[in-house]
Structures are given as C-alpha cells and as structure tokens.
Design a protein. Structure first.
Length: 365
C-alpha cells in the first residue's frame, strides 16, 4: 500500500532526463539471487497461539536473518527478524520472530493501514502464469490488513481491499509488555495458518503439489518512535514522520515490495531440503525481467523500444553474461511502442514470454 505514493514520485522523477542514469543504477541493484525456503509437509496439528511450541516447529529451519530491502547497498538491520514455514493439505503455516525492545501498536481496526505501526507483512504469489498476488499485514495487536493485487502498482494494478483471507488464523505472542515504555521488551512473534482454499482459483487445485514453488516474501516495517504523554508515537522531524526501515527476507534492491518477480521462492517438500534450489526457470525469468526494466529505461530516452538487447543500457554489465544458453527475440508493432520478448532455453526445454505491459507466461515443451 505505502508504495503507491513512492512509485508516483519515482515515475515523475524518472521522466526527467537527469534521472535515466539513476533508473539504470536501480536495475543494477536488483541483481541479487532470490532466496529459497523448503517448507516441510507435516501431519500433526499446529495450534495457532503465537508460541510455536510444537515439535514440528522445532524441526523447521529458520530463514536467513532479514536484511534491508535494498540488500547489500544498505546497512544491516539493527534488530533480528527471521521466520519459518510448514504446510499440510489444508494450510500454509508461518511463524516469525521479531526482536524488539519497544513493543507498541495502536491500530485496532481490521483493514486499516497497519504499516503505520511497526508490522510484519506476508506476500504470496501462488500461480506462475497469473499476475495477481496477496498481501497480509499484522501488528503487535494482531490487527490484520489483507488484500489482493490484480497486478503490481507500477504495472497499473490497485489493491482490492474488500478481499479477505477466508479462514485465516493468526496470533501474536509478546515477550515483554505491550505499550509500556517503562521497561525493555524482548520480542514479538506472529503465527499464522493460511488456508490454501482461500488463495486458489476456481479452476485451480487448492493444495500445492510436492516440489512445486510459490513466490513468497516477508517484510518488517520498523519506525523510529518517540513518547508523547507517555505513549508511543512515530517519530517526527520538522513536522514530518522520520522514514521507516524496511527489512525483508529476500531483498528487492529498491524500496518497493511490489516486485513479485524479485521475491524469494517457497518450495513445498515432503522432507527437509537444507540446500533447496530455485526452479529451472529462475535464470531465464531474471533475464527476461532485466530486459523489461532496461527496455523501460530505453523507452524513456528514445520514445520507442530497442530492437536488440545489445542496444539496451547496461547490456554488458547486466545482460551479456546472463544470456548463456538462452535465445532472446522480440516481436514489435510498427511504431516500436509495443514488444513481446521471448526467451528460449533449449537445454531445459521451456520458453518465457514477457511484453512491455508486464504480461508474463512460461511455456513448457
């Protein structure tokens, strides 16, 4: 939600010639490899109480510690955040632990703007061929905001706030005292059971297949605070809120979570896989989206799209080494104002198509 205004500002700025180099540099920052988490399937009940006392949780691996949303280009977070995942035939289970010396929150209305408090956010894109995805936000009071995005804001999408995760169970456990500035707290934890049936489409299968992948990411919004009449408030400077920190599991490279193609992967497995790898399409997909980003930069300068990838800015730095066994080709309209990119991987026997509107499809032989 908060990235609507950020994108609007970015779009206006990037329409000015002096900003083209900045845009290209942002693409350079979006090159980290998406992380992978293998979630083990379980057949024992999970009680959603925020405590993760079950033996299944004890056996589940932690994610790596969250990093800044811009990754290595920013300092490491001051507070530790990490998460775990499990699944069964009915639910995806998530447990997150957020170290925090000052646990506070004051938003109690469902579907309010939860990230105006410190919060934990879940992003889920279950279907490879569809553009829509889901977002769930929760604060230390266990107040939920959930929404569906038909497509990312930057591609013309908007949040559908009337959508709800039907059957969602969530709980927060606090090691400390909520909204009490007189002491120092330890952490707050979030536990969720997300029913697969609330995420699936009419024609789709609700329960994921073993060894299938979803796109998933987690974000922690962290505000600096001040005390006003003994109550926690977001800190202000010159009558403006001090910008929040955005800490995530799999870094994006820019301050915008609404790049689902840059999220990490959740792999559904029967048994633990400590060294799970991305799907076979990952490298080709990253190549396709890098071409997409650079075509956008090229269009802003030339008012048409480049006819070859070699003509794109940052070709040598970003694209040349990534082409490998991938064959790239374009189809254009006469004015070069529309294109469809095809990336073919003959070795792994699939192809990817992506057009300038962000419509993405994978085709398997």
């Amino acid at each position: 939600m908060r990235y609507v205004s950020l994108f609007a500002i970015s779009y206006i700025t990037l329409s000015m010639p002096s900003a083209h180099a900045q845009r290209q540099e942002q693409v350079s920052q979006m090159q980290s490899t998406p992380l992978v988490y293998a979630a083990k399937k379980i057949n024992t009940p999970i009680e959603i109480d925020g405590r993760a006392n079950e033996s299944a949780w004890a056996e589940a691996a932690w994610t790596s510690a969250f990093t800044d949303i811009e990754g290595e280009f920013k300092p490491s977070p001051k507070l530790l955040t990490k998460a775990k995942m499990l699944w069964d035939d009915e639910n995806l289970y998530i447990y997150a632990k957020l170290d925090e010396p000052h646990i506070w929150g004051d938003i109690t209305e469902p579907d309010a703007i939860i990230y105006h408090n410190n919060d934990f956010e879940v992003f889920i894109k279950p279907f490879e061929q569809q553009s829509f995805y889901y977002e769930i936000e929760v604060n230390a009071l266990n107040t939920i905001m959930d929404l569906m995005m038909p497509k990312a804001y930057r591609l013309g999408g908007d949040a559908l706030m009337h959508w709800d995760v039907k059957g969602l169970k969530s709980a927060v456990h606090i090691e400390g005292t909520l909204n009490d500035a007189r002491d120092e707290d330890h952490y707050w934890a979030v536990e969720m059971a997300i029913p697969f049936r609330s995420l699936h489409t009419f024609a789709g299968k609700a329960t994921p297949k073993v060894d299938s992948y979803w796109r998933v990411n987690f974000s922690r919004v962290q505000w600096q605070h001040e005390l006003i009449n003994g109550r926690y408030q977001r800190k202000k400077s010159d009558d403006k809120f001090v910008p929040e920190d955005n800490w995530v599991w799999s870094p994006i490279g820019v301050v915008n979570m609404h790049h689902p193609e840059r999220w990490g992967y959740l792999k559904f497995v029967e048994e633990a896989q400590p060294n799970a790898t991305p799907p076979k399409t990952d490298e080709a997909e990253r190549l396709a989206w890098n071409i997409f980003y650079l075509q956008q930069a090229y269009y802003r300068t030339h008012h048409k799209y480049a006819t070859t990838i070699e003509a794109l800015p940052k070709y040598k730095d970003i694209l040349q080494g990534a082409t490998g066994n991938h064959k790239c080709s374009f189809i254009f309209n006469t004015a070069k104002s529309f294109y469809k990119l095809t990336v073919v991987d003959n070795e792994k026997k699939f192809s990817i198509t992506l057009d300038n509107h962000g419509n993405y499809h994978t085709h398997y032989e």
